[in-house]
Design a protein around this ligand. Structure first.
Ligand SMILES: C[S@@+](CC[C@H](N)C(=O)[O-])C[C@H]1O[C@@H](n2cnc3c(N)ncnc32)[C@H](O)[C@@H]1O
Length: 285
C-alpha cells in the first residue's frame, strides 16, 4: 500500500501504472487523467498495436473501476494513429479508440460524459497523402456514477462577441437534454462567470523543452481537474511521462499520484513536482 499518499502531497513511482493504482486504497481516486501510449505510435517505451490495444488497457480500466470513488471520473487522452500501409490496403485510420469507448460502457460499466476533441492548432506535419493532416486528439471522459455532477462554473469561458449579441436580440431557454435551444418568453442574462464550456479544446501542442517525447500542454489536464475535483482530492496519472497532470493537480491544490515504467521520466517529474508541491515559485517548464 502507498501510505505516503495520505501524508504527502504527491507520490511518483517507477512501475506499471495499473499495478501502481492497485497500491492505492479502494475508492480513493477522484480523477484518473492520463495519456497512454497511443495505438501504433512508435516510441522508445514500446508500441501498443491496435490489435492488442484493448488487452493492454484492460488492467488499467479494471484498476480504475476498483480505485475510483463512487463519484469519480476517468479521462483518457489518446489519438488513433493509422495502421501501417500494406501492398493491398492504404494506411487506414484505426478504430480501436471508438471500440474501447464502447467497451468502457458495455464491459466496464462506466458512463460516457463525452468524447471531447482537442484541436491542435500547430500539429506536427505527418506528410499524409491518403487523408487530411492529423490535427486532433480525443479525450474519452467517463464517469463511474450514472448520475454525475461536475463543477461547470470552474471551467466557464469568456463569451464570444456574437453570443452576447444573440443574448441581446433573442430570448432562449435551454432544453433539458442540452441539445438545442427553443424560444421562450423570458430573456436569459449572460452568466457573470462566463459562457458554458465547449466540448472542444483548442490550443497549441506543448512548447516545453523536455526529455520526454510526448509532453502535454497544461491546459488539457487543468480543464478536467477543475471540472471534476475539489481541493484536497486525489488525482492519478498512471502514464506519468514528464508529470504534466501532476503539475496541474498540485498547482490547483489537489493531491497526486503518478506512475511510469521509465525511471528517467519519473526522476525528472519528481523534481518538477517538488518545486510546485513545496510551495516554491516554480517555473512552468
Ligand atoms: C503519451 S506519454 C504520457 C505523456 C504525459 N502525459 C506528459 O505530459 O508528459 C505515455 C507514457 O506512458 C508510459 N508508459 C508506457 N507503458 C506504461 C505502463 N505499463 N505503465 C505506466 N506507464 C507506462 C511511457 O513511458 C510514457 O511516458
Amino acid at each position: 500500500m502507498l501510505h505516503e499518499i495520505n501524508r504527502d502531497k504527491f507520490v511518483v513511482r517507477q512501475m506499471d501504472g495499473a499495478e501502481g493504482m492497485l497500491l492505492l486504497p479502494d475508492k480513493s481516486i477522484k480523477l484518473i487523467y492520463g495519456s497512454p501510449p497511443y495505438p501504433n505510435a512508435e516510441r522508445d517505451y514500446g508500441v501498443w498495436r491496435s490489435s492488442e490495444y484493448i488487452a493492454k488497457m484492460t488492467p488499467f480500466l479494471d484498476a480504475a473501476c476498483l480505485k475510483l470513488t463512487d463519484d469519480g471520473f476517468i479521462v483518457i487522452n489518446v489519438k488513433a494513429n493509422r495502421e501501417k500501409a500494406t501492398s493491398k490496403v492504404a494506411s487506414k485510420r484505426s478504430l480501436v479508440i471508438e471500440k474501447m469507448a464502447i467497451q468502457m460502457e458495455e464491459d466496464w460499466g462506466l458512463y460516457c460524459v463525452d468524447i471531447e476533441i482537442w484541436i491542435k492548432e500547430n500539429p506536427a506535419p505527418t506528410g499524409l497523402r491518403v487523408a487530411c493532416q492529423d490535427a486532433y486528439e480525443q479525450n474519452l471522459w467517463f464517469s463511474k456514477s450514472p448520475k454525475w455532477t461536475i463543477n461547470i462554473d470552474a471551467i466557464r469561458r469568456p463569451y464570444e462577441s456574437h453570443s452576447v449579441q444573440t443574448y441581446d436580440t433573442y430570448e432562449y431557454k435551454p432544453r433539458s437534454n442540452g441539445n438545442t435551444y427553443v424560444r421562450k418568453n423570458k430573456r436569459i442574462e449572460p452568466n457573470p462567470l462566463g459562457a458554458l464550456p465547449k466540448n472542444i479544446i483548442s490550443g497549441g501542442v506543448s512548447a516545453r523543452i523536455d526529455d520526454h517525447p510526448a509532453t502535454q500542454p497544461l491546459y488539457l489536464p487543468e480543464k478536467y481537474i477543475k471540472a471534476t475535483t475539489n481541493e484536497g482530492d486525489l488525482v492519478v496519472d498512471p502514464w506519468l511521462g514528464s508529470g504534466t497532470t501532476g503539475y496541474a493537480a498540485l498547482s490547483l491544490n489537489r493531491r497526486f499520484a503518478g506512475f511510469d515504467v521509465v525511471q528517467e521520466y519519473v526522476d525528472s517529474a519528481e523534481k518538477w513536482l517538488s518545486s510546485v508541491a513545496g510551495g516554491k515559485e516554480a517555473d512552468e517548464k
